[in-house]
Design a protein around this ligand. Structure first.
Ligand SMILES: [Zn+2]
Ligand SMILES: [Zn+2]
Length: 335
């Protein structure tokens, strides 16, 4: 993982350098919700080649997300345990799951909140005032040196955001990977959430080649994330809802990575005026969700967990991570 070049990146840029890859997200997801810890565990549950898996695990260790420890039984060389930084991605995994379930037609397992027994149906809430929060009632102020150049990097990896080829019930759908699995796509969506609407404005903001921009905007329109109106590209409800994923990602990034001064974002919850502390809350009982306290129901009898289309058994456990933290600046999210 491009360690040195990343030092001059914003925290969000550093986070995307690690997470902006479908395989990385899937590896972390399996670790977080299925407790997968071994090379064989990932290899046997993901349609990933051994060489790609080895390279991604090496990247994740290098990025401080996983730590290798010798395995007790002596047959497996290593177990890869989540570090605190790696465990901190849990809310992001849940936010992606939740967005896909609602907006990407994903037929995936329901998250059960153990404390209340209800379907968690997680929503984004403000950790300060406790009320639900969306893109519309937040304001984002950029630091004086927060530019998209602080996010951008030449991609080293080939785009992996393709296929529906997938996977089991937990496999990511193309919609979310269209956004997160490709750096330019992520930046186009981020710019849209920050209020950019016109082609020339995206171009000026991102410094992207017109052909690349045209392609990404077209894909987003096709997927119903943006719509064209009077020469503008505007976020649809589906696109706006991705704010939840972005808010959680920004929060994690700014907690975990040191970055050049002034390169951050401050997201403020307008109703209470507090800097954003994103919390995922349960739709039934409104209490914050924690990793130890949610699970996915077991698959119906007669279906193999992990086979295509079947709900998977997912028992979550592990460290609970509170969501403390700020992000901030000066553009309203009014699409
Ligand atoms: Zn609030
Ligand atoms: Zn609940």
């Amino acid at each position: 993982m491009e360690v040195d070049p990343n030092r001059r990146l914003s925290a969000i840029g550093q986070a995307l350098a690690i997470l902006g890859d479908r395989w990385v997200l899937l590896i972390l997801q399996r670790a977080l919700v299925r407790e997968v810890r071994t090379f064989a565990g990932w290899r046997d549950t993901l349609p990933i080649s051994e060489s790609v898996l080895a390279s991604r695990l090496k990247d994740l260790v290098g990025a401080g997300m996983l730590t290798p420890v010798p395995h007790r039984d002596g047959r497996t060389r290593h177990e890869y345990r989540l570090t605190a930084r790696g465990s901190g991605v849990w809310p992001l995994i849940v936010a992606i799951h939740s967005w896909e379930r609602e907006w990407a037609g994903r037929d995936c397992p329901t998250l059960i909140h153990e404390s209340c027994g209800g379907e968690a149906g997680p929503y984004l809430a403000c950790g300060t005032c406790g009320t639900p929060m969306s893109a519309r009632d937040t304001e984002t102020v950029r630091g004086p040196h927060a530019t998209f150049a602080g996010i951008g990097l030449p991609r080293r990896r080939r785009r992996t955001a393709r296929p529906d080829d997938d996977l089991d019930a937990l496999g990511y759908r193309p919609d979310s990977m269209e956004i997160l699995g490709d750096r330019w796509s992520t930046m186009v969506l981020a710019a849209a959430l920050l209020g950019t609407r016109r082609f020339v404005a995206f171009q000026a903001e991102l410094g992207v080649a017109p052909s690349v921009l045209t392609d990404r905007l077209r894909r987003f329109v096709e997927r119903g994330v943006l719509r064209q109106a009077a020469g503008d590209y505007r976020l649809t409800e589906k696109g706006l809802a991705f704010f939840e994923v972005c808010a959680v990602l920004v929060h994690w990034a700014q907690e975990e990575f040191t970055a050049p001064p002034g390169s951050g974002l401050v997201i403020t919850h307008r109703p209470c005026g507090a800097a954003l502390t994103p919390v995922l809350a349960c739709a039934v009982c409104d209490r914050p969700l924690h990793r130890r306290d949610v699970r996915f129901p077991p698959p119906p009898l007669g279906t193999a967990a992990g086979s295509a289309g079947s709900p998977a058994v997912l028992v979550s456990s592990g460290r609970t991570r509170a969501f403390p933290s700020p992000c901030g600046s000066r553009r309203a999210h009014d699409p």
